[in-house]
Design a protein around this ligand. Structure first.
Ligand SMILES: Nc1ncnc2c1ncn2[C@@H]1O[C@H](COP(=O)(O)OP(=O)(O)OP(=O)(O)O)[C@@H](O)[C@H]1O
Ligand SMILES: [Mg+2]
Length: 463
């Protein structure tokens, strides 16, 4: 059984059972939580003529009801002309639509200071000597997807993880907002994450999919690695789930279906994801999912051994330090669906990883009585240690999951084109760059953009 080594990540905040007890103590919640943004009281119908594009529907800030969510999996066509997967060729898109190189009206006339009250001060902390930056790295600008600190106005932290910190930023060139993940090289080296970090960049570079985050480019300075991604405005699915306690069946189904398509795509490229959990699933402004955090993604055509992931979500073959394959992602999909439907993970045990591992190896899942038979059936076929029975790992591959009765109403091709209404539209009022859906974090005090001694730079040649 593994010890809690550096390769295992923690859950974002307090676990769901503690939270759920607190919620129950504080307010009289029952199975249908009135506080849930998902289970809104009104049952208004979708107006399929409405495009939420730049001007969110007035009611868009409350969740569509469970009723409409019910139809979310089989409803009629809607807003199909939004930014579905761009048809551009794979690796070239970075330079074509790069934040730095996209045309804009006079580049520096409107750099983000005035938009966020606190931007200037944060900016000063983390970006103190912009003026003195050597211009040498300009030479790199001809390289695809190469940026530098001076291309962006750094704003607040959107999230922190075991290895990184993600900032909201604004491009000084096109004034659009992006998210930049910053990793301290010394920390990456200390935690033995060099290969994983290089893989994170390489894997993200290879993928283009409507439900996966886009990486625009990277760079490094003497201390840090930087990855420029799209800013996904709607916040973490984690936050929505904790607020809702648990999702109604159709809501969980919608998110699970989008994740299934993303995993199917990754596996078709022989990429294993290995860190599925609600903290890594972000909602875009229309409520569709984007999977972020490719920190453990890796090209694995057959089998691998590395122990990594997040305890609650680890498959038993990973816990047992056996060789494992892509089907660990399908196990995690089972854990994710369980957590969405129940509000807690099946092997959770008072926050103790060792107990969690024992439970995973024992493999006994208690299904709460409110779960529908179809859901229980799918979950038992995903959360099974028997690899000859685990759905996704059989001859039918991911098709076996997509054709399971629990997903019966899902029209997969429409879902992929984002023609299916999301069950919940995040309340983004502030327009572009509104980070209100993200929690606040203490800001980094060490300045970015330092030059000088760089003992680790050579370990990250792709950045
Ligand atoms: N593109 C993005 N847009 C907005 N927020 C993001 C984006 N990418 C990441 N985040 C936020 O930053 C958090 C941390 O990012 P990420 O998960 O990549 O870091 P990590 O160190 O690998 O995390 P962990 O240890 O939790 O797995 C995410 O959970 C999310 O809240
Ligand atoms: Mg993460």
């Amino acid at each position: 059984m593994p010890t809690l080594g550096g390769l295992l990540k923690k859950r974002r905040t307090k676990d769901s059972q503690t939270l759920s007890k607190e919620l129950q103590a504080g307010s009289t919640t029952n199975a249908h939580t009135p506080t849930s943004p998902i289970t809104a009281e009104d049952t208004h119908h979708h107006n399929h003529e409405h495009h939420h594009h730049h001007n969110p529907h007035p009611s868009g800030n409350s969740a569509n009801s469970a009723n409409s969510a019910n139809s979310a999996t089989n409803i009629t066509k809607q807003q199909s002309n939004q930014s579905t997967a761009s048809k551009t060729t794979d690796s070239q898109t970075a330079s074509m639509q790069s934040p730095a190189l996209q045309p804009s009206s006079s580049a520096h006339s409107n750099s983000g200071h005035q938009h966020h009250g606190n931007a200037a001060s944060i900016h000063n902390i983390i970006h103190p000597s912009q003026q003195n930056q050597p211009q040498a790295s300009r030479a790199e600008r001809s390289t695809k997807g190469k940026y530098m600190l001076d291309d962006f106005t750094m704003q607040r932290t959107l999230g922190t993880g075991s290895f990184g910190r993600v900032h909201l930023v604004q491009s000084k060139h096109n004034h659009r907002f992006y998210a930049i993940k910053v990793l301290k090289k010394a920390q990456v080296v200390k935690m033995k994450q060099i290969e994983h970090t290089n893989d994170e960049r390489r894997m993200l570079n290879r993928v283009r999919h409507p439900f996966l985050i886009t990486l625009w480019g990277t760079w490094q300075d003497s201390r840090n690695l930087y990855m420029v991604m799209d800013f996904v405005e709607g916040g973490e699915l984690f936050s929505l789930l904790r607020k809702s306690q648990r999702f109604p069946n159709p809501v969980a189904k919608f998110y699970a279906a989008e994740v299934t398509l993303a995993l199917e795509y990754l596996h078709s490229l022989d990429i294993i994801y290995r860190d599925l959990k609600p903290e890594n699933l972000l909602l875009d402004r229309h409520g569709h999912l984007k999977i972020t955090d490719f920190g453990f993604a890796k090209e694995v055509p057959d089998i691998t051994w590395t122990l990594c992931g997040t305890p609650d979500y680890l498959a038993p073959e990973v816990v047992a330090s056996k060789g494992y394959n892509k089907s660990v992602d399908w196990w995690s999909l089972g854990i994710l669906i369980f957590e969405m439907l129940c509000g807690f993970t099946p092997f959770w045990d008072q926050g103790s990883p060792v107990k969690i591992y024992q439970n995973i190896l024992q493999g006994r899942v208690k299904f709460p009585p409110y779960l529908l038979p179809d859901a229980v059936d799918l979950l038992s076929r995903l959360i099974t240690s028997d690899l000859t029975k685990r759905l996704g790992n059989l001859h039918g591959g991911s098709e076996d999951i997509k054709s399971h009765p629990w997903f019966a109403e899902v029209t997969w091709d429409r879902l992929l084109r984002k023609e299916i209404d999301a069950p919940y539209v995040p309340p983004i009022r502030g327009g572009q760059g509104d980070a209100s859906q993200y929690e606040n974090y203490q800001e980094e005090t060490e300045p970015y953009g330092l030059t000088g001694d760089d003992p680790h730079g050579h370990l990250f040649p792709g950045f």
